[in-house]
Design a protein around this ligand. Structure first.
Ligand code: ZN
Length: 489
């Protein structure tokens, strides 16, 4: 324990001198693996891990876009893995060095059930027509993959896994919510853009699930015949046995598709009463349509300003606090019991700001993790408010680098203070798509002996044989996404 404490202090000291962090590689490194791949984690597929019985289990996208799992044992400050937990049908072999060749949508979400079995769902971007018709969505915008559910063969043991073939193949953006009695809810989008967001409930530790229940409805827009109502949503356990849903609207156009998303919405589910309501408690009938959401669940209409899914937490009074990235801001919204207080752009003026999952201490006191990038480099650290979100002050940095940038998961389930969330990092000079994986706690990343943190084998040699990235293809993909080119029918 003494060694552990010393190490943590040493790391903390090193973190304000970023060059020194990287020089520490000869002994201890601030990452547990170097085999993250592409975009290994996101706040959308979540939780990326869970703390259970003294161990934090984490999942991320590794080589071949497969699901990898590692474990950190808090009492001994030691690591297990990573191990290959499940194979993604979307991965290409050999591993690619061209980012345009990766799908990146099938990242894993992990939960530990009542008995200690570890479940991971991953591997799809809307499913593939070869699996038959999708009753709750359309094959649109290049859907592929197969939603895959794997479970550890033994409780609390990540060494061996098997596939549980008990979910539809079409899901993407998988999100687990576990309630106090152990009931599991798996939320996901049931196909491509033009699909319902659904949940399936399991009362037997993920061995069987109810049929999908549509929460958000996809349909042709009533306002524009060329547009289809589509959504990006984020689900999380709220106070007690409630589930929050925070979401944004995607006007899915054809032709001239664009990735534009707008507005900010919130509603919640009382799992005991089996009732969905808006923030004022007005009952909502499922599936919620665009019209119903606009009338009863809207926090802010952002119009032409693009919004993106964020995260949502609930305070001790049962009031939601929500973050949505809007345009170039990370906007914080709080319900005070009567109204949504005006949004505040956290970290405004500090640089380019990304992400923003947060911890509520009291309704007035909140700590948010932000990544701020300036010409000087990137800083990942706390921003704090003690006046209910009106003002935010920069707090302790957890990771600082002049050359590396980071991607964050949402907070892990039941997170231990030493292991709050996952981050991946990359250097712009890397001639490959492998990423370092960091497990970050209150004081920064947990360390690992350098000799244990290398998991690439001969992959760096293998990718040297590949042709260079096709820059034109990446540009065409970017333009198509931005709506500058019509897509294929
Ligand atoms: Zn779309």
């Amino acid at each position: 324990m003494l060694r552990f404490t010393f190490l943590r202090l040493a790391l903390l000291g090193l973190l304000v001198a970023p060059a020194a962090v990287l020089r520490a590689a000869s002994a201890e490194v601030p990452y547990f693996s170097d085999n993250g791949y592409g975009n290994p984690v996101s706040s959308l597929q979540h939780p990326a891990g869970e703390h259970h019985a003294g161990v934090t289990y984490v999942a991320y996208q590794g080589p071949h876009e497969d699901a990898y799992v590692a474990a950190y044992v808090h009492a001994t400050a030691s690591w297990i893995g990573p191990v290959l937990a499940g194979v993604s049908p979307m991965g290409k072999s050999p591993d690619q060095i061209d980012p345009a060749e990766l799908d990146n949508h099938g990242k894993p979400a992990l939960i530990v059930d009542r008995q200690g079995y570890i479940h991971v769902v991953f591997g799809a971007h809307g499913g593939d027509p070869r699996y038959g018709p999708n009753p709750l969505g359309e094959f649109f915008m290049g859907t592929k993959g197969k939603m895959t559910h794997v479970v550890s063969e033994r409780p609390r043991d990540i060494s061996r896994w098997r596939v549980l073939d008990n979910l539809p193949p079409f899901g993407t953006y998988s999100q687990w919510v576990k309630l106090s009695n152990g009931d599991l809810y798996l939320f996901y989008r049931h196909g491509g853009h033009r699909s319902d967001w659904v949940y399936q409930k399991s009362v037997d530790d993920g061995r069987t699930f109810s049929a999908p229940v549509s929460v958000l409805r996809h349909k042709p827009s009533s306002a524009d015949p060329l547009v289809h109502d589509a959504w990006y949503a984020w689900f999380e356990r709220g106070q007690g046995d409630t589930i929050t849903a925070s979401y944004v609207y995607h006007p899915c156009a054809h032709p001239r598709h664009s990735s534009h998303r707008q507005n900010a919405y919130h509603m919640r589910f009382d799992a005991v009463a089996g009732r969905w309501t808006n923030v004022q408690g007005k009952p909502l009938t499922l599936p919620v349509t665009k019209e119903l959401a606009d009338a009863h669940a809207l926090i802010e209409a952002t119009g032409s300003l693009s919004s993106s899914h964020g995260t949502c937490r609930v305070d001790a009074l049962g009031h939601p606090h929500v973050v949505f990235p809007v345009a170039r801001e990370v906007r914080y919204y709080r319900w005070d019991g009567h109204q949504w207080l005006p949004p505040v752009a956290v970290g405004a003026g500090a640089g380019r700001v990304n992400d923003g999952d947060f911890i509520i201490e009291t309704p007035e006191k909140v700590r948010m993790l932000l990544q701020v990038t300036t010409e000087a480099g990137t800083e990942l650290g706390w921003w704090n408010t003690s006046d209910g979100g009106r003002t935010w002050a920069r707090g302790t940095p957890l990771l600082v680098s002049t050359e590396r940038t980071f991607r964050l998961s949402a907070l892990l389930a039941n997170a231990h203070p030493d292991a709050l969330l996952l981050a991946s990092s990359r250097s712009a000079t890397d001639a490959h798509l492998y990423r370092r994986m960091h497990l970050l706690g209150e004081s920064g990343p947990l360390a690992r002996p350098a000799a244990e943190a290398g998991h690439l084998g001969d992959r760096l040699e293998q990718v040297k044989l590949l042709p260079p990235p096709k820059l034109e293809k990446a540009e065409a993909k970017r333009k198509k996404k931005a709506g500058l080119l019509d897509e294929e029918p």
